[in-house]
Design a protein around this ligand. Structure first.
Ligand code: GLA
Length: 396
């Protein structure tokens, strides 16, 4: 009941059927990219810090066949929307928000000197949108991976992730960091991805203990103005780094922050304190997870949540309610730790849960959440999944 509703072959099949129904032809290329959940290390990526996400087993699938001339007919099967893009000129931002992620990636390939050909391109996804599970990065990375297949050229994985991030920054207008695109490209089955966002070095951290599961609970709340709040947080961190005389908050310490109290607004001190302490928690949690010390890792997740709620102020009541219910269940009730995941202001929590108790935890979480908020939380578990992949097509 708590497994992903569809596996990758199932998601691929659905996209192929949608393509045939819409275009009346067989697609020639096909690729998929996963969403992600971040175990810990929130709002640290654009501060040059550490993050510890994993790819989840829910995907965006992109399938394509040759198009007429240099025209791209773009269809989103899951949104029921269409767009049309001329590929014989520099691609720019369009009217439709969802299509801008695709436009940004196509522009990234043009900037590499690629003559993007005409395509019939269909997107399908089983990732909930605006829920903090990186449906946007999955869309960008799925399209970039599909284009690799179309032009028969493989990009360096980091280059591909950065191309996708730039698409989101410049064309979709979201000043995100590099976490989501990196893990959607580089995720590995059974592993978390520890990413140093300054050096862009990565390490795959095994997460294969069958007695522990990653449980994701969706508040069902999506906030407006997320982009504006995100941009404000990012600007505030950059100002704090500048006042401290460092390139990014990655290089700051709590002592320096304390010493600079007179020179910094109180708000900037709290924002920076979150980033500095979150970096330390992320490295410590990585150590704990490597050693299988789940209760200690769980406590760091609760501390991360408190810092995001109080210092960084990106949580919301519904997220706090889910975290408090989890804390009340506690280790005896099957939960090691829980926190909000992703940008915040709604979306999902992530918890480390005893596998033997996942069903009981899920139903306790759902009923207490309904009682306190009147809302339904969708709950599911995910194993750490592999990153983006080109999918083979049966010869037609
Ligand atoms: C969003 C952004 C990421 C990261 C998180 C917060 O998901 O896309 O780059 O900044 O928020 O950790």
């Amino acid at each position: 009941m708590l497994r992903a509703p569809m596996d990758l072959p199932g998601a691929h099949d659905r996209a192929l059927r949608a393509f045939r129904a819409r275009f009346g032809a067989e697609p020639r290329w096909s690729a998929a990219a996963p969403g992600r959940v971040n175990i810990i290390g929130e709002h640290t990526d654009y501060n040059g810090g550490f993050v510890l996400p994993m790819a989840i087993d829910r995907y965006t699938v992109a399938v394509a066949g040759p198009g007429a001339g240099r025209r791209i007919r773009l269809v989103s099967a899951n949104l029921g929307l269409e767009d049309e893009i001329a590929a014989d000129a520099p691609i720019s931002r369009g009217e439709q928000g969802w299509a801008n992620y695709v436009r940004g990636v196509l522009l990234g390939f043009q900037r590499l000197g690629v003559d993007v050909p005409g395509l019939d391109l269909l997107i399908d996804s089983d990732l909930p949108i605006g829920s903090g599970l990186s449906s946007s990065a999955a869309l960008e990375v799925a399209v970039a991976t599909l284009l690799e297949a179309v032009i028969d050229r493989t990009l360096d994985p980091a280059q591909k992730a950065l191309l996708c991030q730039r698409a989101e920054n410049e064309i979709a207008g979201m000043p995100c960091g590099i976490m989501d695109q990196f893990v959607s490209v580089m995720g590995r089955e059974g592993h978390l991805l520890l990413l140093d966002c300054r050096s862009q070095e990565t390490a795959h951290v095994p997460m294969a203990d069958p007695s522990v599961s990653v449980l994701i609970a969706n508040t069902g709340v999506q906030r407006e103005l997320v982009v504006g709040e995100f941009a404000r947080r990012r600007a505030c961190c950059e100002e704090a780094a500048c006042a401290l005389g460092v390139d990014t908050l990655r290089d700051a310490t709590l002592e320096w922050l304390e010493a600079a109290r007179d020179r910094l607004p109180e708000l900037a001190v709290r924002r920076a304190r979150h980033v500095v302490t979150e970096d330390a928690r992320t490295l410590e949690a990585t150590r704990m997870i490597r050693q299988g010390r789940w209760p200690a890792a769980g406590q760091l997740m609760y501390a991360s949540h408190a810092s995001l709620r109080d210092d960084f102020e990106v949580s919301c009541r519904e997220l706090d309610v889910l975290v408090e219910i989890s804390r009340a269940l506690g280790e005896a009730g099957g939960v090691y730790g829980c926190r909000m995941t992703g940008g915040g202001f709604g979306g999902c929590t992530v918890s480390l849960v005893k596998t033997a108790e996942v069903e009981a935890v899920a139903s306790a979480l759902q009923s207490a959440y309904r009682r306190e908020t009147g809302l339904d939380a969708a709950v599911f578990i995910s194993r750490p999944a592999a990153g983006a992949t080109i999918l083979g097509l049966e010869p037609s």
